[in-house]
Design a protein around this ligand. Structure first.
Ligand SMILES: Nc1ncnc2c1ncn2[C@@H]1O[C@H](COP(=O)(O)OP(=O)(O)OP(=O)(O)O)[C@@H](O)[C@H]1O
Length: 293
């Protein structure tokens, strides 16, 4: 499914006053794309996710799903059904977990879609397997799980709906490296094996750089940049203005540039960075080092 946002603005209303959260966002998300939404805290990422998912109605502008307007501007109602199309994993998994057992929780969505019991059971089993939660865990209360397990249980509930688009709001925040790796593996599997669209909200640039095909940067509700991670990281110092911390390897390049080098900041894998440093050393004729074969 293709999603298009045209001239989207959104304000929260508090006590009759408008608080703008998004300003004139124009964005197209292609089917099967893995897009990251980044930006500092309060820049509008979660609001944008809810607009894309059809949970919030833009104050101005329109959202199109496969070219069809999502909102009836006269009636102020959603025109298209979104059930099962978009899965949104909230920042706090607790917001999604409420049943007595993990299996019941995962079954809730598919049951609500009106699927027959055998199909619900099949989907629950499959989803739990995909997120790596075993039989023992499926019978337990979601509230007895560890932070990482809770997140995987909440994800299983969404995967069981088999959505066309998966939106993840800071899916690895607060997890240890092992938990983070598991979630990254699940995202990759959903995206590349199933060919589905993934929208990842994250301020972890290392995670974004290994996962995203394209990223956008929000700053005070405006989209200030859109490009591949390499293109965005090439902005170097400007990332700081938008409250983003570049990935460690980009920081190394920035530091070397501060000390007089002229390295291309678009290099961001270890191999690219190494190439870039050797290129610069040989260009300057400075290298007395022997490059390993
Ligand atoms: N329910 C709400 N009512 C009023 N204002 C809100 C509400 N939710 C968010 N806001 C405000 O809207 C702006 C954007 O918030 P949003 O949660 O979209 O940002 P974010 O980039 O996702 O932040 P974070 O990274 O901290 O989660 C902020 O100024 C926030 O205070």
């Amino acid at each position: 499914m293709e999603i298009l946002l045209r001239g989207v603005s959104f304000s929260y209303q508090i006590g009759g006053q408008d608080f703008p959260a998004l300003k004139d966002i124009n964005l197209i998300i292609h089917p099967g794309e893995l897009l990251a939404i980044t930006g500092e805290g309060g820049s509008g990422k979660s609001t944008l996710a809810q607009i894309i998912a059809g949970l919030l109605k833009p104050t101005q502008g329109q959202v199109y799903w496969n070219g069809r307007p999502l909102w009836d501007s006269k009636k102020g109602k959603r025109r298209l059904t979104w059930r099962g199309k978009v899965g949104l994993a909230f920042q706090q998994p607790e917001q999604q977990l409420f049943a007595e057992t993990v299996a019941e929780d995962v079954a809730f969505g598919p049951r609500n879609l009106g699927l027959p019991p055998e199909e619900v059971e099949k989907r629950v089993k499959e989803a739990l397997k995909r997120v790596g939660l075993d039989e023992e865990v499926s019978g337990r209360s979601p509230f007895t799980l560890s932070g990482g397990q809770k997140r995987r249980a909440a994800l299983a509930g969404i995967l069981a709906l088999d959505p066309e688009i998966l939106i993840l709001d800071e899916p690895t925040a607060g997890l240890d490296p092992g938990g983070r790796r598991q979630i990254i593996h699940i995202i990759r599997e959903f995206h590349s094996h199933r060919g589905k669209t993934v929208i990842l909200i994250s301020h972890n640039m290392a995670e974004v750089s290994v996962l995203a095909q394209r990223m956008i940067v929000l700053h005070q509700g405006q989209m200030v940049l859109s490009g591949t991670p390499a293109e965005v990281f090439a902005q170097g110092e400007r990332l700081g203005e938008w409250g983003l911390v570049p990935p460690p390897l980009t920081q190394v390049l920035l530091e070397l540039n501060r000390r007089g080098a002229s390295l291309n900041l678009a290099a961001f894998t270890l191999k690219e960075v190494e190439e870039e440093i050797w290129r610069w050393l040989s260009y300057r004729g400075r290298s007395t080092l022997v490059r390993p074969g």
